[in-house]
Design a protein around this ligand. Structure first.
Ligand code: 13P
Ligand code: SF4
Length: 365
């Protein structure tokens, strides 16, 4: 069966050249493993039969032979490399449910990375998440399957912007959302995620803080605290596209709809929602409250991942894809493990300073 063409990039060696790769040194410490056969066979079918039920609600049976050979190969390679795969809640269901060892929101992934006993961590997520894993695991090999998996928030601010803010607002603490580069984390006082932003702001015991780079998160946090928030002008290109009018139209079309929004959405969207929280908090809400019909106002793979393991809830699905998250695919994860690429390398001085900001957040509990 001709099933390999779903992933044309997987057969191409043009994306990265090992000889130019910064991961060359680490790659050379690992044994060479031949590329596995990726055809759909009875053996593949049998080895992955226990996994298909996990995704059967969201991946049609006729598509399974496209994914299963990669899933089998990746799960075998993980054992050979003593590797784990961390997958953010926005990863596609075949990654999230079939090859990931740990799944979660940014904070959960950061904590899991810190506890990992593996030699190799493959980050199913965007670049700043892989950097956070490296910051917390300096002695481990942390790999990103695609170095171009960025984030509009992380790209909106640099370390020199932070130095400028320090001069402009002397003495005002600076909090960086984890969706920032290691260089930015190294310059700030503490990090936060969408699940702990209010707690981090209030933990500092001051009247005014700078919370960057997401202006919408800053707006939403400001609505929940008396601390004055000075924002930056960054935004998530996925969440800022949602509008309150769109949400109200969904409500009209689906009477009784429960609406749950990520705090990277504009404040007007959060205000017309029933609940707002990190991706993990959103999932938790659906699992505990079991709404009859729900709209998850966030990246669209998350609804697939939750729908795959939920019964009795209808998912209304607007689809705003994160193009960066979608760069991570099974073939790229396979190549990452096979060729130990692309390794996340951070200047040790920057990594040490960034770690203080991330650890200070984790220490808050
Ligand atoms: P969470 O921390 O809620 O998982 O959000 C990360 C992210 O990038 C959302 O767009
Ligand atoms: Fe960044 Fe938005 Fe994509 Fe999350 S969804 S990784 S914040 S661009």
């Amino acid at each position: 069966m001709g099933v390999q063409n779903l992933y044309p990039e997987a057969n191409s060696d043009t994306t990265f050249k090992a000889s130019l790769s910064p991961s060359f040194k680490s790659a050379s410490r690992f044994s060479v493993i031949a590329k596995p056969d990726l055809t759909w066979t009875a053996e593949v079918e049998a080895a992955t039969a226990h996994l298909y039920p996990k995704v059967s609600k969201v991946i049609p049976q006729f598509e399974w032979p496209l994914f299963a050979p990669y899933i089998k190969a990746i799960n075998e390679l993980k054992l050979q490399r003593n590797a784990v795969i961390l997958a953010h809640n926005y990863q596609t269901p075949e990654i999230f449910h079939c090859v990931a060892d740990y799944v979660g929101d940014s904070l959960q992934l950061a904590k899991l990375a810190a506890q990992s006993q593996a030699d190799v961590i493959v980050q199913g997520g965007v670049h700043f998440m892989a950097e956070t894993s490296k910051i917390l695991n300096p002695s481990k090999v942390v790999l990103t399957p695609d170095t171009k998996a960025g984030c509009s928030l992380a790209a909106s601010i640099t370390a020199s912007d932070i130095r400028y803010l320090r001069k402009k607002y002397p003495g005002v603490p600076i909090i960086a959302y984890v969706n920032t580069s290691a260089e930015v984390k190294a310059e700030v006082d503490i990090c936060c995620t969408s699940s702990n932003a209010v707690r981090v702001v209030e933990s500092l015991g001051v009247k005014r803080v700078i919370l960057l780079p997401d202006r919408h998160l800053a707006d939403n946090v400001a609505a929940s605290t008396d601390v004055e928030i000075i924002p930056w002008n960054g935004a998530c290109e996925v969440h800022e596209r949602f509008t309150a009018e769109e949400i109200m139209n969904y409500r009209l079309d689906h009477p009784g709809l429960t609406v749950i929004a990520h705090p990277e959405c504009p404040k007007e969207v959060v205000m017309v929602s029933d609940f707002s929280g990190s991706t993990a908090a959103m999932i938790d809400y659906v699992k505990k409250q079991k709404p009859k019909s729900v709209l998850l106002v966030t990246e669209c793979s998350m609804a697939d991942n939750v729908a795959a393991e939920t019964t009795g809830t209808e998912f209304v699905r607007p689809c705003n894809l994160c193009p960066h998250m979608k760069r991570i695919t099974l073939p790229k994860i396979l190549d990452s493990l096979l060729y130990i690429r692309e390794e996340i390398i951070i200047d040790p001085i920057i990594a040490e300073k960034a770690k203080k900001s991330v650890q200070r957040m984790i220490n808050l509990g």
